[in-house]
Ligand binder design. Sequence first.
Ligand code: CP
Ligand code: NVA
Length: 301
Amino acid sequence: MTDVLEVVDLTPVQLRRVLALAASWKQPGAAVPRLLAGRSVALLFEKPSARTRVSTEHAVVTLGGHPVAIRDEEVGVDRRETAEDVARVLATYCAVLAARVRDHRVLERMAAAADVPVVNLLSDRAHPCQALADLLTLQEQLGGLEGRRLAYVGDGNNVAASLTYAAALSGMEIVLSSPPGYEVDDEVVEGARNLGGQVELVADPLEAVSGADAVYTDTWVSMGDEHEADARRAAFAPWQVDARLLDAAGPEAVFMHCLPAHRGQEVTAEVLDGPRSVVWRQVDNRMHAVRALIGVLVEER
Ligand code: CP
Ligand code: NVA
C-alpha cells in the first residue's frame, strides 16, 4: 500500500503512470473507470481550501465514489480523540484517507495507523497533489519534462519542497531563489539531489530565472505564518515576480502559481493575469492529477 505524504513516496514508475492516466482521462470523451464504485473517500481539513477540496471531491465523484469532506472542528484531531484513532475510524469506512494538516507529523501518525492509502492534501512541509498537477501542466505546456528548467522564486515552503522532489523525479532541473532565512530545507535539497535531481540555489532572482522554461512563485505568507506577515512582506519584496523578472527568463517562459495569489505582493497583476500565466491550467489540472493519483492508489489494492 502506498501513502503519498510527499511526491517521493511515489516510485518513478507510479509517477509516470499518474501523469499518463491524468492525461488520458482528461481527453474529451475518455471513459474514466468507476474504480471507487460503492466506496467513499474521506477528506479531512484542518486548514481552509478551495481548489484542493473541490477538485478532490469532483475527482472522487467521477471515479464513481462518494467524497466525505470533514473539517477538523467536527473531528477534533488530538483534542476529541488521537490522530491515530481518527485515522482508524475513517479507514474503516473509506477506501482512501486524504487530509490537510497543520503539522506534517500528524499525517505520518495517521498513515501509520490507517490500513488504507493516506494522501497529503497539504501540510506545513509538503503539497504533493499540487506538484503532480504542476508536472502535468508543464508536460502539456513544454511537450515533456526531461531536461526542462523550472525556476522557483520566493518562499522555500511546502510547495517549493514538493516541486523540488517532483523536478528530481521527472528529470527536470530546478533553480530555487529565496531570501536568506527562507530557503527550502537542506534535507529537501539533499533528498532531491540523492535522487539524481539537478537542484541549484541562486541568491539573485534575476540570475535564477535565466534560461528557465517556467517561473513559479507562491504566497509569502503561508497558512500558519500569519504572525510573521509584516517581516515576511519586507524580506520578500525583492523576490516579487514582475514583468522584468519574467522577461529575464526569456520570451517563451511561462508563469506558474499554485494559488491563492496576492496581486502586488509575490506577483504583479500584470504577470498573473497576463498571457504567459498558466495558473488557470494548473487549477484545472488539480482535478486531473488527483483523480489519476487516487486511481493508481486504489488500482493497486
Ligand atoms: N493550491 C491550493 O492548494 O489551493 P487551496 O488551498 O484553495 O486548496
Ligand atoms: N504555501 C501555501 C500554499 C497554499 C495552497 C500555504 O501553505 O498556505
